[in-house]
Design a protein around this ligand. Structure first.
Ligand SMILES: O=C1O[C@H](COP(=O)(O)O)[C@@H](O)[C@H](O)[C@H]1O
Length: 251
């Protein structure tokens, strides 16, 4: 039976630092148990702050980076060199600073890559990678938007209704850039552990609605559940509209 837990940190810096520490610990445990581990990265302010914290932490050396598979939950479909790309931000924050096996870093294609501007082909290619490689992700990090999107699944958009495909092209996103690639909710639910990481008052309504059991069509993040565990990692701002009292580690 999958568990849902909520941890609230004092501020966004502590949220990022504590999540980085938790991430390296969990990945080391998974590697010890299975030999290798997989992680799905998110873009966004908190997601990238966690990666920077991990880069600056001496604990990162506890992980065997060569036995880690890295995937993304979503990507902005822009040129490879664009600062908007989640992959580029993640590389600068962490991936270029640790000894990963390049063959195990599974980025989604950019708009000037092998599929050119064919976002459907790029999404289908990523789905192929997942079919070949991934029975279940070990840990998936996901952010969320104030209107309830997660990955690039926006409220009431075609992606939120997808039941068959694991990866879809997303067009006309309300948040720029408009064209993206995203895992779907069925693919997200293939993760053992989902960690929903977000900070700031602007996320408070979406967090409260998702945890109160909102429908995933209106609040897509409500549909993000891990098969083993769903862990919400929040700061005081993003948790400010929760009515129940949750675990708050002291600063
Ligand atoms: O565009 C995106 O936004 C969300 C949330 O980002 P934030 O900066 O508001 O925290 C992120 O989860 C997603 O990966 C990204 O593509």
């Amino acid at each position: 039976m999958s568990k849902t837990e909520v941890v609230v940190y004092e501020n966004p810096d502590l949220l990022a630092a504590a999540t980085a520490a938790r991430l390296v610990t969990r990945l080391v445990d998974v590697q010890a148990a299975k030999g290798s581990a997989s992680v799905v990265l998110t873009g966004g302010g908190t997601g990238i702050a966690i990666l920077k914290e991990l880069r600056d932490s001496s604990a990162r050396d506890a992980l065997d980076w060569s036995r880690l598979d890295v995937y993304w939950g979503d990507e902005r479909f822009v040129p490879a060199a664009s600062d908007e790309r989640n992959e580029k931000q993640a590389r600068e924050a962490l991936l270029d600073h640790v000894p990963l096996d390049p063959k195990r870093v599974h980025a989604m294609a950019p708009s000037d890559g092998e599929f050119g501007d064919d976002v459907d082909a790029a999404a289908a290619a990523y789905a192929e990678i997942l079919t070949a490689d991934v029975p279940a992700f070990d840990i998936m990090l996901l952010g969320l938007g104030g209107e309830g999107h997660t990955a690039s699944i926006f409220p009431e958009s075609p992606a939120v209704y997808e039941k068959e495909r694991s990866v879809v092209a997303v067009r006309d996103c309300p948040k720029p850039p408009p064209t993206r690639i995203s895992l779907t909710l069925p693919a997200i639910r293939r993760a053992q552990d989902i960690w929903l990481v977000t900070g700031g008052d602007a996320k408070a309504d979406a967090v409260a609605q998702a945890l109160a059991g909102a429908g995933e069509v209106q609040i897509p993040v409500a549909g993000a559940r891990g098969s083993r565990r769903t862990l919400w990692l929040l700061d005081r701002g993003s948790a400010s509209k929760l009515t129940k009292v949750y675990q708050t580690p002291s600063a």
